[in-house]
Design a protein around this ligand. Structure first.
Ligand SMILES: Nc1ncnc2c1ncn2[C@@H]1O[C@H](COP(=O)(O)OP(=O)(O)OP(=O)(O)O)[C@@H](O)[C@H]1O
Ligand SMILES: [Mg+2]
Length: 149
């Protein structure tokens, strides 16, 4: 998928947020400034999370949001390995129901369950991004099929 502007990325996020169900796991991959958090803000809006709740995870590893369903937003940029991630309580939170969005999933691939949606963001111009989505498992395939424009 192509997003020719930040607004387009946001809209893609809003649509995805409207489709998420408890238990869904979305991994976001892309360099600094690729637009991962930008997409998550759209997802949160689509999942009816109050605006003020959404931040870029900086101090905590996982932020819980409450919208139409519980949403967990994590950023693994500073996590060295799976052991360190265990210590943060990440796995307890993500196993507790709700949908999960994880930035920098490639830093700790073991953070992902067997079935999940992986979205890779790549800049193609200053304001344009390519979003490549790959679904693992039947539920993620259905989610992706519903999300695709
Ligand atoms: N098409 C686009 N989609 C998303 N963001 C875009 C786009 N074009 C430009 N941008 C800009 O790129 C930046 C993306 O920042 P964002 O914080 O979302 O990146 P990130 O991938 O979360 O980075 P980090 O790894 O630092 O968390 C924003 O400043 C946004 O305005
Ligand atoms: Mg970010």
């Amino acid at each position: 998928m192509q997003a020719a502007s930040p607004e387009e990325t946001h809209r893609l996020g809003v649509r995805l947020g409207g489709l998420l169900q408890p238990g869904d796991f979305v991994g976001l991959i892309g360099d600094l400034g690729a637009g991962k958090t930008h997409l998550v803000r759209g997802v949160a809006e689509g999942a009816q999370v109050p605006h003020s709740e959404v931040a870029s995870p900086t101090f905590a590893i996982v932020y819980p949001y409450s919208g139409r369903i519980p949403l967990y937003h994590a950023d693994l940029y500073r996590i060295a390995d799976e052991d360190e991630l265990y210590a943060t309580g990440f796995f307890d939170l993500v196993g507790s129901g709700g949908a999960v969005l994880v930035e920098w999933l490639d830093r700790v691939p073991g953070a992902a369950p067997r079935e999940y949606l992986r979205i890779t963001l790549r800049p193609t111009a200053e304001d344009a991004r390519e979003l490549q989505a790959e679904a693992f498992g039947a539920r993620s395939e259905a989610l992706l099929a519903a999300w695709l424009p």
